[in-house]
Design a protein around this ligand. Structure first.
Ligand code: ATP
Ligand code: MG
Length: 472
């Protein structure tokens, strides 16, 4: 991925603002003009209008000061007033309008110590990160103002810092990670001196908080081809800073079933998962993360990875905690990793199918199949799910339709009934009885009937009280 692709992309030479937002944008710009201020669309939205990409945020830059912006519009929120940003509400839209500014000295590798407002668009553009993010557009005249040759870089598909890359990355260590994000999102290449500076300024990147890194990393996972961004992260040394476990998978060879090493198989599986399913993408990226510590020589030069799904789920939990993902996200992803090795055959009994549903959880089954599909695609040649798994899907649907019990909650009895019936106090014994009942019901769904369950509980209780172990 080194070198610059000189082929020009097809880009929009004239910008058209989508119909549904045009009036709102014109209204804002004209209001500034009427009062003698400048106002331009700026940054990512101009870039994406030129590229014809979908746009979620429209940002504006103006020479009006924040307090003046707040006077000009009825509905405003002082979102980032310290840095000169005011949000303006117009219809269903919320726009961020930021006063031209230049940033003072950076203190902590992340934030400027001071900012000063400016009357000059060029000053404002020069504090921005990449040339492709430095364009301004005047929707009234249709003029694109390009102080940093950003249009040329968009045409060529190049990410390049505005100004000297080493100093720009030393100022703010998040920028190198943003470069990887834009490379993945736009399928662009990072220009050589910018790329070199990314490996040379890792100390600045080390100072960035895990939350900020996570937010950029999530955007990489949501892009068309995350592998592009992740590969830039790895080759520059950035990946090592927050996800060393994945970097270590590089060059770890597998066995005759795999043409890729563990690392490339992981990033290609991630590409193959649906882009709007971030958790599945993350599970795909980390599903084989346990292969490094479990790798053992097998026969004929091959390697085995016994239990890698269990170790992998633990490692993934540690990684996701480090990156401050929510407990809910951690549970979904680690559950998928833990269960990704299931091996279905037609010999599975209905009880085995129900046990599988119980283990994976009803809500996560579809995700597990989607992960399996991505895992297969990430392997090179194979596509789709093999026939036995399609049959397992059918059987799961059948079993679900029969409204069987999959968890203690689904039993036709609960802890209170058992306590009343046998005069027991709350305690672990209740859970023990319920779990044994569930095990029986998973194999014999017809047993899920209140009176039968009470009778069976009596037998289980008698056995527990006599100190005997379970019957099977
Ligand atoms: P996206 O479409 O993903 O939102 P974006 O380019 O709008 O992409 P934002 O993070 O929303 O990215 O930032 C808006 C603009 O602010 C950028 O285009 C860039 O001009 C500037 N910017 C954002 N973060 C930085 C930074 N860390 N350093 C310098 N400029 C930045
Ligand atoms: Mg944006």
């Amino acid at each position: 991925m080194s070198g610059i692709a000189l082929s020009m992309r097809k880009i929009n030479s004239t910008i058209t603002i989508p119909e549904n937002v045009r009036d709102a944008i014109m209204g804002i710009v004209k209001r500034f003009r009427d009062r003698g201020y400048e106002c331009y669309l700026i940054g990512g939205s101009v870039r994406d209008l030129i590229l014809g990409n979908e746009i979620y945020d429209y940002d504006f830059a103006t020479d009006a000061r924040p307090e003046e912006i707040m006077k000009l519009f009825r509905k405003t929120i002082p979102t980032g007033i310290k840095h000169g940003t005011v949000s303006v509400l117009s219809g269903d839209w919320q726009f961020e309008i930021t006063t031209y500014r230049s940033d003072g000295k950076y203190i902590d590798g992340r934030h400027p110590e001071t900012i000063s407002f400016s009357n000059d668009l060029r000053t404002d553009v020069e504090r921005r990160d990449f040339t492709i993010n430095g364009l301004a557009y005047d929707p009234v005249t249709g003029e694109i103002i390009d102080h940093v040759s950003g249009k040329r870089d968009i045409e060529r598909g190049i990410i390049r810092t505005i100004g000297d890359p080493v100093s720009r990355f030393t100022e703010d260590g998040l920028r190198p990670i943003r470069a990887c994000r834009f490379a993945a999102k736009l399928n662009f290449e990072i220009e050589k001196s910018t790329l070199n500076a990314m490996s040379g300024t890792l100390d600045a990147a080390r100072k960035v908080s895990m939350e900020r890194i996570r937010d950029e990393f999530i955007k990489i996972l949501e892009s068309e081809k995350p592998s592009i961004g992740i590969e830039y992260l790895r080759t520059t040394g950035l990946l090592e800073l927050f996800l060393p476990e994945l970097a270590e998978c590089h060059d770890v060879s597998q066995n005759r079933y795999h043409i890729y090493d563990v690392y490339f198989h992981s990033i290609y599986s991630c590409d193959a998962a649906p882009k709007d399913r971030m958790e599945i993408r993350l599970a795909a990226l980390l599903h084989d993360i346990g292969k490094v510590p479990t790798r053992q020589p097998g026969t004929g030069g091959d390697f085995t990875f016994y239990n890698h799904e269990v170790i992998g789920a633990k490692i993934a939990r540690k990684i996701m905690k480090r990156l401050k993902f929510s407990n809910e996200q951690i549970d979904v992803v680690t559950n998928l990793i833990l269960n990704h090795m299931f091996h279905y055959t037609d010999e599975w009994t209905d009880g085995a199918v129900r046990r599988f549903i119980r283990k994976v959880g009803l809500d996560n089954i579809e995700n597990l199949f989607t992960l399996r599909m991505a895992d297969r695609k990430g392997n090179g040649a194979r596509k789709g799910l093999p026939a036995p798994i399609e049959r397992l899907k059918k059987r799961i649907e059948q079993v679900i339709e029969e409204e069987n019990a999959f968890s203690v909650k689904d039993l036709d009895i609960n802890g209170n009934v058992i306590m009343d019936e046998f005069g027991l106090k709350p305690g672990p014994i209740i859970g023990k009885i319920l779990n044994e009942l569930l095990e029986l019901v998973l194999d014999n769904p017809e047993m899920n009937e209140r009176q039968q369950l009470i009778d069976t509980s009596r037998e289980i209780l008698a056995r527990i009280e006599s100190g005997a172990g379970p019957t099977d």
